[in-house]
Design a protein around this ligand. Structure first.
Ligand code: A2H
Length: 254
């Protein structure tokens, strides 16, 4: 565990329609409640550019009561952290689990990403999702995240192998910010420059991620949204606060 806690923004993606592998008994346990898939991000200013959501197909998730009407679909570990951080409308530390579900069973689910320009996107599989970080749900911004970009391209190349329908991976990267070095599609630019071939090229992806992050933060300008024209470093906390004020995100630390 790191010495300094990481401050994430946990953003909601409301489930609109479950995918074809959703187990009947989980549906029954949910009843009429709203389900939010909740993704931990370090880049709230990029949320306009969400094109899909990623889960680890082999990971175990749960549905947890955030209030009487809302369930969070996240890992058990992050549900415990949220309970102790006072995120849920429940006594501090109390975790009420409604059901368990495997990542593979959520693939193809249609969700509405908070602040997304595209308002209906799908849940897709990503190999490298860690059970030990964030909520185990990763929102995908392929314009600015090399991992998201490369994974989306892998899925498009071999949909049968990944057991997805091509239409679930159809939304193209959406530019949200621009930098002098990498233009408005930093992830694609860097994946091409580094000749990254697959989501398994973890060493090169880590380097690309670092470069994209730093260039975006220090030299990026927003090209979209309420803070269009503003420096990314200034827009970041403002977008985050807007999302929290509108109850589309919660602060999350670990
Ligand atoms: B970031 P750090 Cl646009 N497993 O959000 C793997 N990756 C995870 C994860 C998990 N369990 N939980 C969160 N993440 C991703 C946006 C983004 C992110 C952009 C660019 C870079 C970037 C959209 N995806 O991350 O190890 C999430 O992806 C690179 C810093 O705590 C989260 O932010 O530094 C980031 O990793 C947190 O990684």
């Amino acid at each position: 565990e790191a010495v300094n806690p990481q401050e994430y923004t946990a953003v909601k993606m409301q489930v609109l329609e479950w995918g074809p592998s959703m187990p009947g008994e989980v549906l029954q346990a949910i009843g009429g409640r709203t389900v939010q898939m909740v993704a931990a991000t370090l880049r709230p200013e990029t949320m306009y550019g969400q094109t899909n959501c990623f889960v680890g197909p082999t990971l175990e998730y749960g549905l947890y009561e955030a209030s009487d009407t809302e369930l969070f679909l996240i890992t058990e570990r992050s549900a415990r952290n949220m309970a102790f951080q006072g995120t849920f409308d429940r006594p501090r530390g109390v975790v009420e689990k409604v059901a368990s579900i495997k990542g593979a069973d959520i693939i193809g689910t249609k969700v509405r990403p908070a602040f997304g320009l595209v308002t209906e996107v799908f849940v897709l599989p990503m190999e490298g999702v860690l059970a030990t970080k964030g909520t185990g749900v990763v929102t995908s911004v392929p314009s600015d995240s090399p991992d998201d970009y490369r994974t989306l391209m892998d899925l498009r190349k071999k949909p049968e192998m990944y057991k997805i329908r091509p239409e679930w991976a159809a939304v193209n990267p959406i530019p949200v910010l621009s930098t002098p070095k990498y233009g408005d599609m930093a992830a694609e630019t860097l994946c091409t420059q580094f000749k990254i071939q697959s989501q398994r090229d973890v060493k090169q992806l880590a380097e690309a991620k670092d470069l994209a992050y730093k260039e975006g933060f220090y030299n990026g300008t927003m090209t979209i949204g309420d803070f269009k024209g503003l420096a990314v470093a200034e827009a970041k906390p403002k977008v985050r606060q807007q999302m929290i004020d509108q109850q589309l995100a919660v602060a999350y630390a670990e």
